[in-house]
Design a protein around this ligand. Sequence first.
Ligand code: NAP
Length: 367
Amino acid sequence: MPRILLTGATGFVGSVLATMLLARGVQVTAISRRDTAGYRTLAAILEAARGCGIRFTAEMADRLRTFDMGDRALSESLDDMAIDDIDAVWHCAADMSHSGLRLTQAFNTNVCETAALYRWASTKLPRCKRFYHMSTAYTAGMRGGATEEQLHAGQRLVNAYQVTKWAAEQALHTLHAACNLPVTLFRPTIVVGHSQSGWTRRNGFGFYMFVEAVEAARAAGQTRVAYDMPDGPCIDLITVDSLVRDAVDLTLQEHDRGNFEVFHCAGGRSMSSRDMLSMIGDLLGVQIVSAPAESSHDRVFARAVGPNRPFAEMDWDFRRTRLDAVLGRDSGAEPVCTTQLRKLILWYVDAIRSAGDGAVVPAEAAG
Ligand SMILES: NC(=O)c1ccc[n+]([C@@H]2O[C@H](COP(=O)([O-])OP(=O)(O)OC[C@H]3O[C@@H](n4cnc5c(N)ncnc54)[C@H](OP(=O)(O)O)[C@@H]3O)[C@@H](O)[C@H]2O)c1
């Protein structure tokens, strides 16, 4: 079984990846911030295991090693790690801020730290065969339409997250030729919770920004929101278990693959963004009327979901032909169905209400 070095294990996607790798017999070394005794990482993995219906066994715990980088940047802590038995790196840590005000910080984390980790892995991990980078399908920019599994150039990008994730892909492409460590760019679309339990992390990111905003409107006493979402475009959602299953299957493949590969991990599109928003409204008892804002409350709502609007009103057809071919699958993932969507929404609303702190302002959640 390969030994994997993993960043971002305290986050949503990384914690599920750690859990599923451990469950499949893989040894995982997780590097996390502010995690003196490894408790943050372990707590995140235990929560993910519960959410995914996986029993966390003593054997799984034995296969987990944690490394605390304290308050230092990843690049400053790497040389303290006395490990050389790693077979592959999964880099999931990322600054998820959308705000242009945080562009420099996001660039440091998403581009500079990624490049530093890659350089370090290529020189200090003699057994390492591949560097997996968790990117995003939205490095494709805002053109929409059929989008192939390849690098993109010259496309319009609308936020700091997109810009820095795009730049990280370019940096890895530039570095891989000189460093000789094969790179996989793994690009999820919009990741939602577990397909069966609905479990996720409450981070107000992506699709959940709309759930947070409708719940905030409901909590403020609104029974009706006027919001002019155009009809037609569908967003592509992928459940976290489906995404991570593909990531783990790729990791466990034994045959050699290319030196630089790009995969879309898309779930497919089943419902228009407008219908999804109506469904959130129906479940929360808030009527969503497709019309321009009529009141100051409606304008607050529009501002709150503003960062995600460009993504909800554009149609992308993310091709995943290469990923399916490498995984030997005849067809890609099943699009999220209405029943699952309902469960995902209700799980999230329940999490907001049981936290008792009200809905966060979604734009703040996105940085
Ligand atoms: N969620 C989605 O819809 C989605 C879609 C496409 C791609 N992705 C990609 O999936 C990956 C994980 O996303 P996620 O949804 O799991 O996000 P998340 O829950 O916010 O997790 C982010 C992780 O990155 C770590 N991190 C953030 N800034 C860091 C820094 N400066 N130094 C070291 N670690 C840092 C966090 O550590 P702390 O716990 O210490 O903050 C956390 O472990 C990202 O690369 C993202 O681009 C996510």
